[in-house]
Design a protein around this ligand. Structure first.
Ligand code: SF4
Ligand code: SF4
Length: 274
């Protein structure tokens, strides 16, 4: 939800760095003349957990939700897919803003919950240069300096951000993986895998259950059952599968009979299997 003048360089060099215990003074509410000003003409990047919550709130299949409300892009380094909320092309308003406020308030995205706070992480954090919070002050927003001064920690709890951070951690680790620092571009097929496993969860579920996926990988029965209906579990599983498929990590186990069949085929062909 940041305007374009708020560049990563400005944040790192010019903004006051807040810890969880530092206080800031801000109040938002329907009584302010800026009410919903912040819900138009903004680039809101949705995390996989945002998409999961929003598609449930709208009672839509993930594919339908993504088609109707989002735009797919590549991240700023052009390495992996991200999705942003699609603003109305004419009014530039968020599709979920109404006169009385946000229609998906209970499931609003992480960025909307955080605003006007941002969080920044130096590329190579050290003990002296750690992730920090900062306050974004934009002309359109008149909530600054109102209400009591409150610690960042209190805002995080009040806005229900903890669940988003907990569910967001595996995805964040995926996107901060060393693999990306090599600048290796994903193939179109890998981009599609990433998009499906992170954002298009209902399609990923069909892929897991309707393809040879479960004949190839060893997944314990309780987890298979959970994957049928539990989106959070499926998202976690999808990230695990991406780490296996993209980074070659041992986060998934190929069934022994498949490995043996491959070894035998390789032996017959005079090659080896890793
Ligand atoms: S999701 Fe809700 S809070 Fe976020 S921009 Fe849209 S209307 Fe505003
Ligand atoms: S512009 Fe600021 S104070 Fe006004 S509704 Fe949006 S977040 Fe709240």
């Amino acid at each position: 939800m940041l305007d374009q003048a708020v560049t990563p360089e400005r944040i790192l060099h010019d903004y006051q760095r807040l810890t969880l215990d530092d206080k800031f003074t801000f109040r938002c509410g329907g009584d302010l003349d800026c009410f919903t000003n912040c819900c138009r003409d903004v680039a809101i990047v949705l995390t996989p957990y945002d998409v999961l919550r929003l598609k449930k709130a709208r009672r839509l299949d993930s594919t339908e939700f993504l088609e109707k409300y989002t735009l797919p892009l590549l991240n700023s380094q052009q390495l992996f897919p991200v999705v942003i909320l699609r603003m109305d092309p004419e009014t530039k308003k968020c599709p979920f803003v109404a006169e009385r406020g946000c229609e998906v308030y209970a499931d609003r995205p992480w960025a909307c919950r955080m605003y006007p706070l941002g969080v920044a992480a130096p590329q190579n954090p050290t003990s002296a240069d750690r992730p920090f919070y900062f306050v974004v002050e934009e002309e359109l927003c008149h909530g600054h300096g109102r209400g009591p001064a409150r610690p960042v920690r209190e805002w995080i709890v009040e806005q229900g951000i903890e669940a988003y951070e907990m569910m967001g951690t595996p995805f964040q680790e995926l996107t901060l993986h060393d693999f990306w620092s090599r600048g290796t571009a994903l193939t179109p097929q890998q981009v599609e895998m990433f998009y499906m496993a992170c954002y298009d969860l209902d399609r990923f579920r069909r892929f897991v259950f309707d393809s040879r996926f479960l004949a190839l990988f060893e997944v314990d029965e309780a987890r298979v059952e959970a994957l049928r209906s539990d989106d959070e579990e499926l998202l976690d599983f999808g990230v695990q599968w991406l780490r296996f498929s993209l980074f070659g990590e041992k986060t998934m186990k190929i069934r022994r009979e498949i490995v043996e069949a491959r070894q035998q085929a390789a032996a017959e062909a005079g090659t080896t299997v890793a």
